[in-house]
Design a protein around this ligand. Sequence first.
Ligand SMILES: N=C(N)NCCCC(=O)O
Ligand SMILES: [Zn+2]
Ligand SMILES: [Zn+2]
Length: 338
Amino acid sequence: MTTDHDAIKGPVDATRTPRYAEPSTFARLPRLDEVSRADVTVLGVPFDSGVSYRPGARFGPGHIRAASKLLRPYNPALDVHPFGAQQVADFGDIGVNPFDIQEALATVDGAVTDLRKDGSTVLTLGGDHTIALPILRSLARDHGPIAVLHFDAHLDTWDTYFGAPFTHGTPFRRASEEGLIDLERSQHIGIRGPLYSKKDLEDDAVLGFQVIRSDDYEVDGVASIVERMRRRLDGGPVYVSVDIDVLDPAHAPGTGTPEAGGMTSRELLNTLRGLVGLNVVGADIVEVAPAYDHAEITGIAAAHVAYELLSVLAINASSAPGRAGRGEALRQAAYVTK
Ligand SMILES: N=C(N)NCCCC(=O)O
Ligand SMILES: [Zn+2]
Ligand SMILES: [Zn+2]
């Protein structure tokens, strides 16, 4: 945790150095090796060997960083300076084996565990959805079974693909079997689209996830979904996993398994703001595949998702025990720039 006398380093000042001129870190934040420690670490995982259709999410982290350069220091929607109330830094990408999925899973688990050692919260940029499994393994070792808030068009609780158990369509089945998830407090949001059979939904229901469908946004609206989400997640640690294909392809064309009829980016950002006050202990944004993107539409959406998650973490950290007196940082740009 950052103490009151540490000078927090923030993003590069866009009025002094043009946005496109610096080495690429998320939101032009410092690299992790430029700060003594970070409250939140952004970690890139360029891995897409678990995909069932279009490849390319291995290039997601760089694309999200490139699309994050326009983010500004103050978030009016939540009245917070996400980079001022906490130290956020970018670790860069870890190298993972694209030919050996088991080894890749172990590498991700090890990297997340290392980064979390001094209390940093890890925000992971994928990569395909396979990587949620090793992150949950790491978190569950400290927290026990954890609630998963899963934004996705897909259930990702299928059993195997071509006999393979570790894929981007199976992470939450494996995590459930391994006892990593508190299934009484977990929820899928944004589910839609054709399935292999009705049994996919039945199998998922047996595991115990609550399902909020994409269509529920039309019928119920964001406020009522946020209320259901908060009721479901309250009472313990929460992991937030955002598959960018939860958005309609109009809002996120750059992804590997797009499904029509999805949420708008406005609906997703507003839902994420509803996480304030919940105990978010980690998050990922996965399935950004830049080769299918246009005009950075998907990259920008993913960057804004990360920004809202960082804003939620900033507010939560500022109101955590031992952080009294840092509340003013929420409303001030309380960091230094390069
Ligand atoms: N996790 C993502 N994005 N997609 C899973 C889709 C699996 C399938 O091909 O049916
Ligand atoms: Zn998906
Ligand atoms: Zn997914």
